[in-house]
Write a new protein. Structure first.
Length: 416
């Protein structure tokens, strides 16, 4: 399918505008990163605790922040609401708590601190345990200790199975939140005695911890280093491949263009306050491969046209090559962009940063193929042509014997 019939756009004539646009985007990103004290890393790259908390009723971020501040956690915590297009009434939040101190004790203390802070405002009160946040093992231990079914020495396995059924009923059938302990009557094995025993020590809070992730400082630092190494290794491998497949100047131009794409994407991440996580690194690597693929397609067409259009100036050959691949670029990039745009709009908060990196990456990666990589190759060939001309002695007043050899040298420089 061809969208355009023999387009004739002067891409290389607009190279200075492409450079200016890229410079502005890089400058805006750099200002944002510097003014905010660096990039914002997710819990994958820094020590701390991430808690996924669901509330039974509508809760505002300010209410949660006040609860955390009352326990001295306001300065080193971040709160983010999870927006789910499928369930717009989902009252779920992600609480990130940076680690203070070292060791496993500090990490466990982070989870306990979040629970304590939330219990102070959203817990059951009356010094009771919250049934919505009890684990199956802790519940089985409680039932074995009180033995409401009078099972004696054979109580262990029975109460383990009973506690598992009750927590599964809470988590799977009620999304982790019960509103009343009487709801447990529908669970097989729950008698009035079991229910009475539970009511004596447990209450129902307004929240439930759906998931808790803990990352230590050594793991976070190691992941940061590995993410940098992986990206650099990918760029180095592509440089070697393109230098072998084409010429080293093509490889250098392609790697510089991809490096430009990554820097702009990171700058926009800082500008829009997105976190850098492991999934974002995966998106950046996808961006590197996608942008490089589009660049190679243009470079391959330039190489073909170099053999077919030997007498044409090199910028004309590059313009022709970009115009010939324009329909393919728009079709592939446009369809991919629509897919990741839907993912960004409908994928929910968990995939928001990942899909944002892909949306930005496809736009910037496609633009850099014809706006950065190709003009860099043209600029290099122009410089080599001028350098070769200066080396013939014309600067000293010696004119070439005819114009034909001069054009031949420039065409040869373009083919190189």
């Amino acid at each position: 399918m061809e969208l355009f019939k023999q387009p004739n756009l002067d891409w290389m004539g607009k190279a200075k505008y492409f450079y200016a646009l890229s410079g502005i985007l890089l400058l805006i990103g750099a200002i944002s990163v510097v003014s905010k004290g660096g990039l914002r890393y997710g819990i994958d790259f820094k020590a701390g605790t991430v808690a996924d908390v669901r509330f039974a009723q509508s809760v505002q971020i300010e209410d949660i922040r006040r609860s955390l501040a009352s326990q001295g956690l306001g300065d080193n915590s971040q709160i983010q609401k999870i927006n789910d297009p499928v369930n717009p009434n989902l009252n779920e939040f992600v609480i990130e708590l940076e680690q203070k101190g070292q060791g496993d004790e500090a990490l466990d203390a982070g989870k306990a601190a979040i629970l304590k802070a939330l219990n102070s405002s959203f817990g059951p009160g009356e010094a009771k345990q919250d049934f919505n946040n009890i684990s199956p093992a802790a519940l089985a231990e409680f039932l074995s200790k009180h033995d409401p079914l009078a099972l004696g020495t054979s109580a262990g396995d029975r109460y383990t199975q009973l506690s598992r059924r009750m927590t599964e009923f809470r988590d799977k059938d009620n999304n982790g939140l019960l509103t009343n302990l009487d709801q447990l009557q529908s669970v097989s094995g729950v008698t009035s005695g079991v229910l009475s025993t539970l009511k004596s020590d447990f209450g129902i809070g307004q929240f439930a911890l759906r998931n808790v992730e803990i990352v230590g400082p050594r793991v976070g630092a190691q992941l940061r280093r590995q993410a940098i190494y992986v990206t650099l290794y990918a760029l180095a491998g592509m440089l070697v491949y393109i230098a072998f497949r084409f010429q080293w100047v093509y490889g250098a131009a392609a790697v510089l263009a991809v490096f430009h794409d990554v820097l702009i994407t990171l700058g926009l991440f800082s500008l829009f306050n997105f976190e850098i996580s492991l999934t974002v690194i995966a998106a950046l690597l996808t961006l590197v491969g996608y942008s490089m693929n589009d660049t190679i397609v243009i470079f391959d067409r330039i190489r073909e046209n170099n053999r077919l259009m030997r007498r044409e100036p090199f910028p004309v050959i590059v313009n022709r090559s970009i115009n010939q691949t324009l329909s393919r670029t728009i079709l592939t990039s446009g369809l991919t962009f629509l897919t990741v745009l839907v993912l960004f709009l409908m994928g929910g908060q968990v995939l928001r940063a990942f899909s944002f990196a892909l949306v930005v990456g496809i736009i910037i990666g496609t633009y850099s193929s014809f706006g950065i990589a190709a003009p860099l190759v043209v600029a290099w060939n122009h410089w080599r042509g001028q350098h070769a001309t200066a080396g013939t002695g014309t600067a000293a007043g010696n004119k070439p014997r005819s114009s034909e050899p001069q054009q031949g040298r420039l065409a040869a420089a373009g083919r190189r």
